[in-house]
Write a protein that binds this ligand. Structure first.
Ligand code: KG4
Ligand code: ZN
Length: 336
């Protein structure tokens, strides 16, 4: 079975084709970062308009790369939510229309479920059940993944998502949007001993997170050392260390709570090098840790095509009407 996957939930237009015997045949991403960078964040209306411009050419490029035509596609999957309503509408209407034109089933996919499933595209995929730590620009979640489609949320951020905290702190340090990767780069030249940032909520029981205080802490530090150029890198590394440490402490607590030793880290922030080093080290002894390859950490079409395949091959499909769900809990996905 060959599935075309379409992702337009935020500021990346992405498409991919998944073949159930050969894996990913083509994978294309067009990032809108340049359009939004001058505003310091995503402007929803500009995002929707640009998705409209890019989506069909990108689908054609993916088909060409895979040496296929629409007639070779057996199903279409698109991101149905959560995300920006106008942006989601573009992917959903194009996906549903292609399904109609090609006379193949289509299905709307949950963005966070597809982030988690991205890890299963790797050569030695994790077996169910596992604990997923999802760290993206919009979400921070610890999920007990009992099986495909059967989830329990163990903890989540009460305020900023991890990626959002990275982006806001990066902006404060004068780095361009989205600042996560740039902050990580700056942190490499920082002195990690200079500032000691708090590890929020680790002394309280429970598995929820709060990252907005770290951003405030960074701001106070920044104001105090405004004329000191090196302080920026030192703040960046102290911030990154505090985030990674906090995620690690809570992930271990969650693994213990559900009696698992398999951890899967996904979402844009799972591309962070220090996070991977620290998690690899910590899990080395008596656990397993998995990540998607770097290009499948941030938003991409491959994870949508693959999740679409898993659900379409189980017989799930849209009816003729379609809708999008800008707000949609992962607990509400259909069971498989
Ligand atoms: O998963 P994603 O592409 O989009 C959402 O669904 O939100 O995640 C984007 C987030 C942004 O906040 C970005 O700054 C962050 O992931 N990010 C990183 C790194 N690469 C991307 N954060 C820290 N270190 C990185 N290397
Ligand atoms: Zn995402």
């Amino acid at each position: 079975m060959r599935v075309l996957g379409i992702e337009t939930s935020c500021d990346e237009t992405a498409v991919a084709i998944y073949d159930s015997s050969l894996g990913i045949l083509a994978h294309k991403i067009y990032s809108q970062i340049k359009i939004h960078a001058k505003y310091g964040g995503v402007v929803p209306e500009l995002a929707s308009r640009d998705h409209i411009r890019k989506i069909l050419p990108l689908i054609n490029e993916a088909l060409d790369e895979a040496k296929l035509t629409g007639r070779d596609i057996d199903g279409v999957a698109y991101t149905k939510g959560p995300g920006l309503v106008g942006a989601l509408m573009v992917g959903a209407s194009v996906g549903r229309s292609l399904g109609w034109a090609w006379q193949v089933p289509t299905l709307g996919i949950h963005h966070l479920e597809s982030h988690v499933m991205a890890a299963l595209l790797e050569p030695n995929p994790p077996a169910f059940p596992f604990l997923a730590l999802l760290v993206s620009g919009g979400h921070t979640l610890l999920i007990n993944v009992k099986s495909f489609g059967d989830y329990e949320i163990l903890g989540q951020s009460l305020d900023d998502a991890v990626g959002e905290a990275f982006d806001k702190t990066a902006k404060l340090l004068g780095l361009p949007y989205p600042g996560g990767a740039a902050l990580a780069k700056l942190a490499e030249s920082g002195n990690s001993k200079r500032f000691d940032f708090p590890r929020p909520m680790v002394n309280r029981p429970g598995l929820d997170f709060s990252f907005s205080g770290l951003k405030t802490h960074a701001m106070q530090c920044f104001k105090k050392y405004a004329t000191d150029e090196q302080a920026k890198a030192d703040i960046a590394v102290a911030f990154e260390d505090a985030v990674v440490d906090t995620l690690l402490i809570k992930s271990f607590r969650a693994l213990k709570q559900v009696n698992l030793n398999r951890l899967v880290v996904v979402g844009g922030v799972s591309a962070n090098k220090k996070l991977r080093n620290q998690f690899n080290q910590a899990m080395e002894k008596d656990g397993e840790v998995y990540y998607p390859r770097l290009e499948y950490c941030t938003d991409n079409g491959a994870m949508v095509a693959y999740t679409g395949y898993l659900r379409l091959s189980a017989g799930q499909r849209d009816d003729l009407a379609f809708d999008v769900k800008p707000r949609w809990s992962i607990l509400e996905v259909e069971s498989v």
